[in-house]
Design a protein around this ligand. Structure first.
Ligand SMILES: Nc1nc2c(c(=O)[nH]1)N[C@H]1C(S)=C(S)[C@@H](COP(=O)(O)OP(=O)(O)OC[C@H]3O[C@@H](n4cnc5c(=O)[nH]c(N)nc54)[C@H](O)[C@@H]3O)O[C@H]1N2
Ligand SMILES: Nc1nc2c(c(=O)[nH]1)N[C@H]1C(S)=C(S)[C@@H](COP(=O)(O)OP(=O)(O)OC[C@H]3O[C@@H](n4cnc5c(=O)[nH]c(N)nc54)[C@H](O)[C@@H]3O)O[C@H]1N2
Ligand code: SF4
Ligand SMILES: [Mo]
Length: 809
């Protein structure tokens, strides 16, 4: 492994490697084989000088950070990669040092999976058989199908798929899709079916605003003012890596306050990793029960902040319940068992559900309520569940009950906050189509689109969908397959090319999603073009990067700006699309607009030369002005207060059509769910399976860099007790399965995973054999397409499985 890491950082990755490995790869083998590429017509243009130059570039993937890369280029080739060298080690002027993924960028640029030419599907959809076509053919094919489908079904049949592969760019920005160049193109020609919500934050973003009117929390930098940090399923050591990432802010500010840190997670995470004072493993999907058990202690022992609850909140007790609410529907009554379910939410009750001993729950409740201020954060792991909307609101209850909202060192219980430097984005005309669906229901919208309604499926802007999805633009996304749920079912839905008639994939690599394309358009990487890059989760040191073109485009790859311009030409809207500018022209224009609003920013040429601009801002304290004066600074809730009881949710619960078992509730209650710890299905599939975002990849991106895969291999995490029961030892090959699919992988047997629960890093590359068994460890083989109740989002961490030792047949 040591060797591999050395290799990863070494400058010797030759052009020949690129070529050699190219011809060794499945889907592209046919192409590479049929077109011989002599060395002299290599993909990388010959340089006039062998002198090395250093070019600022960036890693623009969706990991929550965003890192500058300095590309060392000679002979027209990236030889090696460094990162930020501006600033120093002083916090606030620190270097934004890229993680190992970003530093392996040239292995993504020169990857054997790299898409080289436009291609057209020749086999069945999903088979991965393509033929090379010219760009002219490709553009004609795309434009003609767009016009045909538009005419036959209307613009509502055209969908922009979720894709976050290059959300850090400006011209190249892939997410939110409504801010992408494709949205500009489509909105100039009739519009497209939009989506709301994200795979990242569906449940918390849908739920928490009912409580606070927003999802804001204090910045991590504010931890220097706290006494106690509590992290619910929050793992910035893996999900916000790098010198610019939140993990750096957490570590520094924690060392300044010397605050104690408690980590609540079914896994012992890298964020715990010796920094924590206590790790409390919890059964996935049960945080709301833990909170209720703690609330019981706080109420019984008179530890709640009653004046705060009376002044700032709605529905803690009868006093502040809205008039429309039935008797005993307040939070205190729920906890004390005076509501309709009649169950007292004692620590013992919570212990049965969460797997956390009652005495630990009691001690935690006393500690959180007696240590002031206390900073509670939740990652997005707890909410990526079948009851995630309720869980997100429940966790925030701890901050509310203890009166920690709106003060330095306290917080709201949401995810940590960020600041950014305002930047003018590409102008996107309004979408003439007003309909939108949940980002997660696009597969439904393909096979039963016209059955989908507002009340049953969360269709917005209309009572129901009029047409199914017929055309998909998939730009910088692998959510056509790998990142979406229930891969086997999704495969069936996509394979029918009479249903969705046209899929256009614009990517750098032959991903599993690209295999489902009808037309593949090879895009440039960030290294092959110029762009402004930003929007990292950077606490109180926001920054942006000017990424210059480091190398010429490889093979026939073209930029998204070019691609959209060519399609616009065929749709007769080229002038409207380009407004007479090229990519550089737009960068200059957008930056000039940005500087108009903020003349203190460096000029364009300085940015190009210096590469990065950083700014130090103050701590961010969420809802500080509300805390100071709630009358003049109300929250964005209907009452202007913190709504523990939400009248709006009570109305939705009464009006919406929900499948059996789905719960929408005005209070942040605990509910049990399908595929949860107490689902009867557990007799058959006894282990819970959660996902997590893994350091070896950003979702699936970088998942084909061999050296990184070896440094942090894909394995299923399994507690020694569960392993022993099954005769499994560390590194043994295992079958992982449920009713939806099967994966073969090796086991990581570790006490870092709580008993009864397993975990897989999400995003591994799906690698099915002929029987459909995945050998890549892509966990969406096992996840469900059933959406969560309120957000209609992805419950991708709620799963039941079994694991068996894989014995050779
Ligand atoms: N089971 C499970 N599934 C999950 C999750 C989970 O926790 N569990 N997490 C979900 C979450 S939070 C998210 S955000 C989604 C992410 O899902 P996606 O947004 O689909 O993320 P990636 O898999 O990284 O796919 C990004 C794609 O962009 C491509 N790409 C990278 N750079 C460029 C570029 O410059 N140009 C072009 N054209 N393409 C580029 C990459 O090759 C890759 O195919 O996954 C979701 N899926
Ligand atoms: N290296 C890397 N960084 C990334 C990404 C990546 O793919 N790779 N993806 C980026 C993106 S788009 C996103 S949205 C974020 C995702 O950020 P998060 O959603 O916060 O990340 P996860 O790892 O899914 O979940 C965080 C933790 O929650 C735990 N968890 C799961 N279920 C529960 C539960 O029920 N209760 C509790 N208490 N904990 C639970 C998991 O074990 C995990 O340790 O990360 C971003 N950063
Ligand atoms: S993957 Fe994230 S942390 Fe790593 S270099 Fe890229 S932007 Fe930075
Ligand atoms: Mo995400």
């Amino acid at each position: 492994m040591k060797n591999k890491i050395k290799q990863l950082l070494s400058p010797t990755f030759s052009r020949r490697d690129f070529m050699k490995s190219t011809s060794a790869v499945g889907g592209l083998a046919a192409i590479a084989g049929s077109i011989s590429l002599p060395f002299k017509s290599s993909p990388v243009a010959a340089a006039t000088t062998s002198e090395e130059k250093v070019v600022w570039s960036a890693c623009t993937v969706n990991c929550g950070s965003r890192c500058p890369l300095r590309m060392h280029v000679a002979d027209g080739e990236i030889k090696w990669v460094e990162t930020d060298n501006t600033g120093d080690d002083e916090y606030g002027n620190h270097q934004i040092r890229a993680c190992l993924r970003g530093r392996s960028m040239r292995r993504r640029v020169y990857n054997p999976d790299r898409l080289k030419y436009p291609m057209k599907r020749v086999g069945k959809r999903g088979e991965g058989k393509f033929k090379r076509i010219s760009w002219e053919e490709a553009f004609d094919e795309v434009a003609n199908n767009l016009m045909r489908i538009r005419k036959e079904y209307g613009n509502e049949a055209i969908y922009l798929q979720y894709g976050t592969g290059t959300l850090g760019g400006t011209v190249t920005k892939s997410w939110p899709p409504g801010s992408s160049l494709l949205a500009r193109l489509m909105n100039l020609s009739g519009g497209y079916l939009n989506h709301y919500g994200t795979y990242s934050t569906a449940q918390i973003a849908a739920g928490l605003p009912y409580t606070y009117g927003s999802g804001a929390n204090n910045s991590f930098s504010d931890i220097e003012n706290t006494k106690l940090i509590v992290q619910f399923g929050n793992n910035p050591a893996e999900t916000r890596m790098s010198g610019g990432g939140q993990i750096h802010h957490l570590t520094v500010s924690k060392s300044r306050s010397n605050a104690k840190m408690i980590v609540i997670d079914p896994r012992y995470t890298d964020t715990a990793g010796g920094r924590e004072d206590q790790w409390i493993p919890i059964r996935p999907g049960t945080d709301a029960a833990l909170v209720a058990g703690m609330a019981h202690v706080m109420i019984k022992e008179d530890l709640v902040d009653q004046p705060f609850l009376d002044k700032y909140c709605v529905g803690y007790d009868e006093k502040t319940l809205p008039a429309s609410a039935p008797a005993n529907s307040d939070y205190k009554s729920y906890i004390l068992g005076r509501d309709t379910d009649g169950i007292e939410k004692t620590p013992a009750w919570a212990a049965d559900i969460t797997g956390i001993p009652a005495d630990v729950i009691i001690k935690l409740a006393r500690e959180i309520s007696s240590t002031k201020p206390c900073a509670i954060f939740q990652g997005w792991g707890p909410q990526r569940h079948a009851n995630g909307e309720l869980t997100a609101r429940a966790i925030s209850m701890l901050s509310i009950l203890t009166g920690n909202v709106g003060i330095a060192g306290g917080g709201t219980g949401a995810r940590e906050g960020n600041t950014s430097i305002p930047f003018v984005r590409f102008p996107i005309p309004e979408n003439p189509v007003k309909t939108s669906i949940s980002f997660f229901l696009w597969t439904d919208a393909i096979f039963r689109g016209v059955e989908m309604t507002a009340k049953a499926d969360g269709v917005r802007g209309k009572d129901k969908l009029d047409v199914p999805i017929k055309f998909i633009w998939n730009y910088a996304g692998n959510s056509m397959l790998n990142q979406h749920s229930d891969i086997n079912r999704t495969h069936e839905i996509l394979q029918d090319d009479k249903a969705c008639e046209m899929i256009v994939v614009i990517d750098n690599h032959m991903t599993s999603s690209a295999k489902y394309a009808d037309i593949i358009l090879p895009d440039l990487t960030t290294s092959e073009q110029s762009d402004f890059c930003m929007d990292g989760a950077a606490a109180n040191m926001p920054y942006f990067i000017f990424a210059s073109q480091a190398i010429k485009p490889v093979f026939e790859a073209r930029s998204i700006y070019d691609i959209c311009t060519e399609v616009a030409k065929r749709l007769g809207i080229e002038k409207e699309f380009t407004e007479g500018r090229d990519q550089e022209g737009w960068l200059r224009h957008l930056y000039a607009e940005t500087r108009k609003a903020d003349p203190s920013l460096p000029d364009f040429e300085t940015m190009r030369e210096k590469g990065i601009y950083k700014r130090k801002t103050e701590h961010f304290v969420a809802h500080e002005s509300f805390r100071k004066n709630p009358e003049s600074n109300p929250l964005a809730t209907p009452s202007g207060k913190i709504e523990i009881y939400s009248e709006r949710l009570a109305n939705i619960a009464a009006e919406w059509e929900l499948p059996k078992g789905d719960v929408i509730h005005p209070l942040p209650v605990y509910t049990s769910t399908h595929d949860g710890w107490d689902d009867p299905k557990r007799n058959e599939y006894p282990l819970q399976l959660t996902g997590f975002h893994y350091k070896s990849r950003t979702h699936s991106t970088y998942g084909n860099v061999e050296q990184i895969m070896e440094a942090a291999p894909q394995q299923i995490w399994l507690n020694p007790i569960d392993a022993q029961q099954r005769g499994i030892k560390h590194d043994d090959p295992v079958r992982i399965f449920n009713e939806r699919g099967e994966i073969h992988l090796t086991a990581k047997v570790t006490p870092r995973m709580m008993p009864g629960v397993t975990a897989l890093g999400e995003g591994a590359w799906y690698a099915p054999d002929k029987k459909g068994v995945d050998h890549g460890g892509s966990m969406n083989v096992l996840t469900t397409l059933r959406p969560s109740p309120l957000a209609k989002g992805n419950p991708q961490h709620t799963n039941l499985i079994d694991v068996q030792l894989l014995t050779k047949a």
